[in-house]
Ligand binder design. Structure first.
Ligand code: NDP
Length: 289
């Protein structure tokens, strides 16, 4: 059986990896990119270059977007919106849930369907089913194209709401970006003491392995219970204060632990000194819970 033909618009590192994954599995691929030269190698490898964005959209029912943000999508597709009718836009561009919902409505106004995607791997993981991509939007459309989408990665369908895949993606990034910066912070303080990153590595990995803490605290968060039987917020303030001073003593920027300290202190000021640090969920909500 012949493989579904696909259009890919956006040939940064991610879009290029997607084109190669499709070509490797025998899918005909039409490509377009604002900077045309970025398509050259892919065309040499078997992709078909569309003469314009409109021609790329017209070429195939399934149009995969891999762009910097949703503004780029409008910049490319708004001028050729006449060609969108009957197309399925698989938007693997990351942006906010609200923008994803607005894009789904915008696509519908032009007779197209919109599947929101959130790719949970760097380009090196594209083509590998051990990695996955979040999807949301019309279930029927997702199911109809599932096999073709699974050429890129495994799929994780989150629901009909166009914003859901973007939301789960941003929550994933929330943890990833802040955790990675915390790790970089520790490496930087270590370096100020003459300790190499590769020597600190096992200790950072150990501290970043949070599974048992998350398993313990998640049910308590759902139950809204924050007893200070295992950890007390007042103890947390003292602990983070030590981190701030250790950082400053090393001559390193302490903005990150100071931000953490400020949130912990607000929780104590709100009367949660004897509760668990999870009581800070109320502080983050701005509610006194
Ligand atoms: P890049 O930002 O490197 O490339 C994005 C593409 O967007 C380029 O083809 C660029 O065109 C195009 N573009 C940007 N602005 C415009 C515009 N105004 N008009 C037309 N085209 C535009 O991104 P990546 O390839 O790295 O990633 C693509 C998406 O995948 C992003 O949303 C990213 O968040 C997500 N992602 C990326 C990961 C990664 O590790 N790279 C991991 C997980 C998700 P041009 O070549 O002309 O500049």
């Amino acid at each position: 059986m012949s493989k579904q033909a696909v259009t890919v618009i956006g040939l940064g590192p991610m879009g290029s990896a997607m084109v190669r994954a499709y070509l490797a599995q025998g899918h005909p691929v039409t490509v377009w990119n604002r900077t045309a030269s970025r398509a050259d190698e892919l065309v040499a490898e078997g992709a078909v270059r569309a003469a314009s964005a409109g021609a790329a959209v017209a070429a195939n029912e399934l149009v995969v977007l891999s762009l910097t943000d949703y503004e780029a999508m409008y910049a490319i597709l708004e001028p050729v919106s006449d060609s969108l009718s009957g197309r399925v836009i698989v938007n693997l561009t990351s942006d906010t849930p609200e923008k994803a919902r607005a894009a789904a409505k915008w696509a519908a106004r032009h007779g197209a369907e919109h599947l929101t995607g959130g790719v949970l791997t760097p380009p090196s993981g594209i083509g590998n089913p051990e990695f996955s991509t979040l999807y949301s939007g019309p279930r029927k459309t997702f199911e109809a194209h599932r096999d073709t989408l699974e050429v890129l990665t495994a799929t994780d369908y989150r629901g009909e709401d166009a914003g859901l895949a973007a939301l789960y993606y941003q929550l994933n990034m929330d943890v990833f970006r802040t955790s990675m910066l915390a790790c970089l912070h520790a490496f930087t303080v270590a370096e100020a003491h003459g300790i190499k990153a590769t020597d600190l590595l096992p200790y950072v990995k150990n501290a970043a392995a949070l599974d048992q803490f998350l398993d313990f605290y998640a049910p308590r968060l759902d139950a809204g219970e924050h007893p200070g039987d295992v950890d007390r917020l007042a103890m947390g303030v003292a602990s983070v204060d030590h981190i701030v001073h250790t950082t400053k003593d090393a001559g390193i920027d302490a903005a990150l632990p100071e931000a953490v300290l400020e949130i912990f202190r607000r929780g104590v000021a709100a009367g949660h000194g004897a509760d668990s640090f999870t009581s800070l969920a109320g502080t983050l909500r701005g509610a006194r819970k």
